[in-house]
Design a protein around this ligand. Structure first.
Ligand code: MG
Length: 326
């Protein structure tokens, strides 16, 4: 396979077998085995990324690995699930050497420890095209406690964790924009783009509290639109209430109209959820327990669509509510 390299089996043995948990059987069997505790359901999600499209071929391989794992863990969190295991399939061109794979696996090892997941198996193939990396994450949730997109009800408040717009601004920073911004702000923003923080502790804590939930990957307004469409309701978001980091606030200080644009920026991987007002105290308690900002930014109403409004309640025109896949 790779001239002078370890080859497929060597790479599996050296780099991936050490990542396998008990269910992965050392990656020596045909398939993995794992149990699901009685009364719990498995939650499964997959994401694939392509070199040159979702990441740059010269991005640090450990960061590529960690982001790939984290975006999947974010999808589990958005269902209220706790992460358990994952499967990994790689299609790599000859130009990817063993050193790259070693660093990729080291990134996975670091985040496995951090998030309490292990590798069950997968596949590795050669390709004549760009590298394709596909990860399937498996979590579990108490049966019936899963939080879907479709449960939002008129009268619910709309909440979001953390801060919004950092990743979108971080991508702009990486492309050479916002050069006048202080270095620590630029680093904070680009860091949020390169390495999102999936809200794995928050998601399961919202069982019995949130009516509907999604993670912010396409853009806050677009993702809220997915909740509204699935729930057959409308939503209004107050632009002034969007939680911004100090770095994001500094970045848009000279252009307040950018606030609306941040509501359409993707890749933040925060959790966006709706809950009845009676749950306000419970939500505040969860936020305090986790040391994580949870901010009410709007309301769910009868009807359809998502509106962003100014402090006077006037609709703000939004050019792009979020990323469109096609
Ligand atoms: Mg998602």
């Amino acid at each position: 396979m790779t001239a002078g390299g370890l080859g497929e089996f060597g790479r599996i043995r050296c780099f991936f077998a050490p990542l396998a948990g008990p269910g992965g059987l050392g990656l020596t069997d045909d398939a993995a085995l794992f149990d699901c505790e009685p009364g719990r359901r498995l939650v499964v999600t997959a994401d694939a990324i392509v070199a040159g499209i979702h990441y740059l071929p010269d991005d640090p391989p450990d960061l590529v690995a960690r982001k790939l794992l984290r975006v999947n863990l974010s999808d589990l969190a958005a269902m209220g699930a706790r992460p358990r295991h994952y499967l990994l399939t790689t299609a790599l061109p000859e130009t990817i050497d063993d050193a790259w794979v070693a660093r990729f696996a080291a990134g996975l090892a670091e985040d496995q420890r951090r998030f309490g997941v292990d590798l069950l198996g997968g596949d590795s193939v050669a390709t004549s095209g760009p590298a394709v990396l596909s990860l399937t994450a498996i979590g579990d949730v108490a049966a019936g406690a899963e939080i879907r997109r479709r449960g939002a009800q008129p009268g619910d408040r709309v909440w979001v964790s953390g801060t919004i717009g950092d990743a979108g601004l971080g991508l702009a920073v990486l492309k050479g924009e916002y050069e006048a911004l202080p270095a620590e702000h630029r680093a904070a923003l680009s860091g949020r783009y390169r390495l999102p923080e999936p809200r794995t502790a928050l998601g399961p804590r919202l069982a019995g509290i949130a009516h509907a939930m999604i993670d912010v990957s396409d853009g806050l307004l677009a993702d809220l639109g997915h909740i509204c469409a699935a729930s057959q309701v409308a939503a209004t978001v107050a632009a002034a209430l969007l939680p911004l980091s100090p770095a994001a606030a500094a970045a848009i200080a000279a252009a307040p109209e950018m606030r609306a644009k941040l509501a359409g920026a993707g890749d933040d991987y925060e959790l966006l959820f709706t809950a009845p007002a009676a749950m306000d105290p419970a939500i505040v308690r969860v936020g305090a327990d986790l040391g994580l900002a949870l901010t009410a930014i709007g309301t769910i109403e009868a009807g359809e669509g998502v509106r962003l409004v100014d402090p006077a309640g006037r609709p703000i025109a939004v050019k792009s509510p979020g990323y469109r896949h096609f």
